[in-house]
Design a protein. Structure first.
Lengths: 89, 434, 484
């Protein structure tokens, strides 16, 4: 059973911004889905995965970068080539 | 290479396109001058790419997805970006932030999802071919619902570089068209190794579809015709499989026990990966700007609350929950074991049969607004997700109608045997043409 | 002082000196260039991009693992560490979690008790660096941050020690040894600003563990830990508890401060990175050829050049200094070696440190020339120091550096000829000028000799041979009939 408090906590962990109006609906839906997931409890096996591809590596070669303009073009705010962001308080 | 321009002015009454390129240019190659629609979660240089989400409104990628580069090099013209469920999360294209796409066969019904826009664009004849993506059925479902052909290639056969990630270990880009030959042609252009995608294999596709399926062994999994599948849909598909038998194939009843938990495993894995993949949308480097006057966490939460639709936020929370400390073992770790079991089931079956056949979807296209409960929507994916868990190829080809709406026949094959899956679909298509 | 109550562990992050970043081809040489000029869609984390692992970064990390006697695990993989921060452009850091590249191993240091000790390591792994934040603004104008992603994606090696160090000093020694080893392996450039970052864990026995994050200088580590020891002891003395917490080190003030932020309660929700394939590189270990490492070089310096252990330790503590020493003594007999060792390890090191100069700035040939002058007795030690300082200052000011011979000539620093008469003349002068000193000497105060010798040295502007001066001074004083 997932409670509204649990859902609130997950919302904080995910920084997803749920408001109290949505909390009740979300919790109901959440519970139904998570209950459905409980079928996984019955799963047996060691999960040993047969990996077929490994050591996929590239050589240490320099390739062209984006220009400062291209790199910052999509950003909402820039200053002297830096990208502006809200400050962690 | 000479550069030409074509004119593209589709009558898009279905809201299939989010963006139309009115005068797309093109070069020369296998796809000379063919207007190809590209699903809006595939990056296109210089063309806005939103994943049908407000959080990416205005984002213009500075690079092309590898597959887009390939179709351009083959002479195709990028016709525009098609509508989809936001970030690929949905089975109906109703989760788009820019309105649903309507099914050209019946505008009161959904076109399927998440590649609903691409399917509608092809079905309505606006374009000859389209690129879609399939994470849990997102190419096959709309293909079935709109009555066109859609191939989910083997995982790793088409580069994912440039596909805006929803669930990295499950998804692939794939071709959609009205007929199997065109799907095969588009596949030949986009398949192949990409050194920018280390999960891609060196398996190019150069195959002309063949209708000869004499002696082919077809497994019929009982779970695909059991409870939850509409009896009329099941009947139409059985008839279609009967046609394959007339062509010389042999059917074998079989079972996939892991289907019991495949859907749960799928939703745990895809939401977990999504919760991580979608965390980068913070309004700092792209997308509608974060409010720099606020503190970081407040601004970040605001961006996500306003930018993501409810289904996306629901899945992010589910994924966060499944990965969180204390729950990882119960959900994510278990889902991976479940996934291995699904893979093993398919491997076991494919040592006896060559392909598996069944319906693509358990029902015909439902009405807009009909499935408002998230869980009931998830359950529609039950017949398509096992394929994504196992990474094998699967195609949906139209095989009849129920209540006037198209029904799709799904053909699933061994990993890397996309050619065989194409052949079975082709054989059926050619047989019913006559 | 060994305080058996202190327990210290370190997590050291070093930038690996590859040409391109860990997951993309952007150049790692970003320090002199403008912000966001060394980024591409991959390291900027643009949607749809994917990482491709740099082989050399893994090779470098394996060199370190072999040099530190770690066990490379058969199959390792990368994981995502999920958290939200403006300098982390994918909102996850690609790192290694439950399957790191290597485990175990050790670093040998000289313990505070003078004995060699092995500090065990827990693990070594590879991860990417995030971008760099600059905090701007103030309470009135509003605060915000500026982000530069040039550093995002730079390869890091993380070396985690067991909590086995017993003092801040031992922590510094561990760090120095580690730095030197990485430098000798050719995988790390210690002179690059910000190329090394340390998180330190410290607890006093019986108390909670405190983590100090993101210390960026070697001295800072010792200072931060020293401050913490004092702080924690004060807490306990007052009858208060030491809280288990994360603190930041404030370099400018030399203190640590509590970091009361959300980051402390983070649940990183690690899971394997689905876009990268696993590594099976255990078989590479046998083919790795290690260069001579600091300890071996130190032993060789003692053996081959007759250096004292202390000198050898100082000389081999930095790769460039060790190379400089060997360049200077190349082909020389043991005689010059001792002189060189002393002058490099004791004198030169100090003078360079004082001027914040690196040994790169010193011309080995000119330095050898100086040693030759000293060996030949042309100048005194004191003059030698003066010549050295002139050479360094000229270099510092960007002027042409003169040869030691030229300096000696220009400043007239050559030792006065061993002309006894000249010495006697100076001595007599000095005795005449300092009658009180003479009386003191006659009264039996030996210190008077030193005073008089000093005065004589002053008169000759340091050019006199002190031994000769001493000998003659005593001989002359003797004549005054005093007691010696």
């Amino acid at each position: 059973m997932v409670t509204e408090k649990d859902v609130e906590h997950i919302g904080e962990l995910a920084d997803i911004g749920i408001d109290t109006a949505e909390l009740a609906t979300f919790t109901g839906q959440f519970n139904a889905i998570v209950e459905y997931f409980d079928v996984l409890d019955r799963v047996q096996g060691d999960g040993a995965v047969a990996r077929d591809l490994y050591n996929v590596l590239r050589d240490d070669i320099v390739e062209p970068s984006l220009s400062q303009d291209e790199a910052t073009r999509n950003a909402g705010a820039q200053e002297d080539g830096f990208i502006k962001a809200p400050r962690v308080m | 290479m000479a550069v030409h321009t074509i004119s593209f002015e589709p009558d898009d009454r279905y809201n299939a396109f989010l963006k139309v390129c009115a005068k797309p240019s093109h070069g020369e190659g296998k796809l000379t001058g063919i207007a190809v629609a590209v699903k809006d979660n595939i990056s296109t240089q210089g063309i806005e790419t939103t994943c049908a989400s407000k959080i990416l409104k205005g984002y213009i990628p500075p690079y092309d997805a590898h597959a887009v580069g390939l179709i351009k090099a083959a002479g195709a013209a990028v016709a525009g970006k098609t509508n989809m469920d936001e970030f690929g999360m949905g089975t109906s294209t109703e989760n788009s932030a820019f309105g649903p796409t309507l099914n050209p066969c019946d505008t009161g019904r959904v076109p399927g999802g998440s590649s609903g826009g691409s399917a509608a664009a092809v079905a309505a004849g606006m374009v000859r071919m389209a690129l879609g993506t399939d994470t849990g059925g997102s190419i096959r479902c709309p293909a079935a619902f709109c009555g066109i052909v859609g191939l989910k290639p083997s995982y790793g056969r088409v580069s994912r570089y440039g596909l805006i990630a929803y669930a990295n270990s499950l998804e692939t880009i794939g071709p959609m068209a009205k007929n199997v030959a065109d799907v095969s042609l588009l596949m030949s252009v986009i398949a192949g190794h990409d050194r920018k995608d280390t999960t891609s294999y060196n398996k190019p596709y150069a195959h002309a579809p063949s209708a000869d399926i004499k002696g082919l062994r077809i497994g019929i999994p009982e779970e695909y015709f059991g409870k939850g599948v509409d009896p009329e849909v099941a009947s139409v598909v059985r008839k279609a499989i009967g046609r394959l038998e007339e062509l010389g194939a042999v059917t074998v009843p079989c079972s996939i026990p892991s289907m019991e938990y495949a859907l749960a495993a799928y939703y745990v894995i895809c939401t977990s990966e999504a919760s991580s993949n979608l965390a980068r949308f913070d309004g700092v480097r792209y997308g509608p700007a974060a409010d720099t006057k606020k503190s970081w966490h407040a601004a970040y939460q605001d961006v996500r609350k306003q930018g993501f639709g409810p289904e996306v936020r629901r899945r992010i929370m589910l994924g966060t929950f499944a990965l969180s400390s204390g729950y990882y073992g119960k959900y994510y770790a278990k889902a991976q074991i479940a996934r291995e079991n699904v893979r093993k089931d398919f491997t076991r079956l494919f040592s006896d049969v060559d392909v598996l056949c069944g319906p693509t979807m358990p029902t015909i296209a439902f009405k807009l607004g009909e499935k408002s409960d998230p869980l009931s929507m998830y359950l529609s994916d039950i017949l398509t997700v096992p394929v994504n868990l196992a990474g094998i190829p699967a195609i949906s080809v139209p095989c009849g109608k129920v209540q006037g709406m198209p029904v799709g026949l799904q053909v699933m094959g061994r990993q890397f045997e996309d050619e065989r899956v194409i052949d079975v679909a082709y054989a059926y298509e050619q047989a019913v043409k006559q | 002082m060994i305080d058996s109550d202190i327990v210290v562990g370190l997590e050291v992050h070093c930038q690996l000196d590859t040409k391109s970043k860990l997951f993309c081809g952007c150049s790692t040489d970003y320090r002199n260039d403008g912000p966001n000029t060394h980024v591409c869609p991959v390291c900027l984390g643009l949607p749809g991009t994917m990482p491709v692992l740099n082989r050399r970064a893994i090779e470098y990390a394996m060199r370190v693992a072999k040099a530190l006697n770690c066990t490379v695990i058969p199959e390792s993989e990368f994981s995502r560490k999920n958290y939200f921060y403006p300098d982390l452009d994918k909102a996850y850091q690609v790192t290694q979690y439950d399957k790191p590249l290597a485990e175990g191993g050790y670093v040998e240091i000289e313990g505070d008790d003078g004995k060699e000790r092995k500090i065990q390591l827990t693990r070594i792994h590879v991860e990417e660096d995030p971008g760099r934040l600059v905090h701007m603004g103030n309470a009135e104008r509003g605060r915000y941050s500026l982000v530069d992603y040039n550093r995002a994606g730079i390869p890091l090696i993380e070396i985690v020690s067991e909590p086995e160090m017993r003092s801040p000093k031992e922590a510094r020694k561990f760090l120095n040894k580690l730095r030197a080893t990485l430098e000798y392996l050719g995988v790390f450039d210690p002179e690059k600003e910000g190329s090394l970052r340390v998180d330190a864990n410290i607890s006093l026995r019986g108390s909670e563990r405190v983590e100090i994050k993101n210390i960026t200088s070697y001295k800072g580590v010792e200072r931060a830990l020293t401050f913490e020891v004092t702080r924690q002891k004060n807490q306990l003395r007052r009858g208060l508890k030491v809280d288990r917490e994360t603190r930041h080190y404030l370099e400018a003030r030399g203190i640590t401060q509590s970091a009361r932020s959300k980051e402390q309660e983070n649940d990183y929700r690690y899971f394997p990175e689905p876009d990268l394939r696993p590594l099976r590189v255990q078989s590479w270990v046998k083919d790795i050829v290690l260069p001579e490492l600091p300890d071996a070089r130190r032993e060789r310096f003692v053996r081959q050049y007759g250096c004292s252990l202390n000198h050898a330790r100082t000389l081999t503590g930095e790769l460039k200094m060790a190379n400089f020493f060997e360049a200077v003594v190349a082909g020389e007999k043991t005689g010059l070696c001792t002189l060189a060792a002393t002058w490099i390890a004791d004198t030169l090191a100090g003078e360079l440190n004082y001027r914040s100069m690196g040994i790169d700035a010193v011309d080995a040939k000119k330095f050898t020339g100086l040693l030759d002058l000293l060996k030949a007795g042309t100048i005194t030690d004191k003059s030698g120091v003066e010549v050295l300082r002139v050479m360094l200052d000229e270099r510092l000011k960007g002027e042409t550096v003169e040869t030691p011979e030229a300096i000696v000539s220009r400043l007239n620093l050559a030792k006065t000829t061993d002309d006894e008469d000249a010495y006697i003349a100076v001595i007599s002068e000095v005795i005449d000028e300092n009658p009180k000193a003479l009386e003191d000497y006659k009264a039996g105060k030996r210190g008077a000799i030193n005073f008089l010798v000093g005065q004589a040295m002053k008169k000759t502007r340091g050019r006199a041979d002190p031994d000769m001066l001493n000998r003659l001074m005593i001989a002359i004083l003797d004549k005054y009939g005093a007691v010696t």
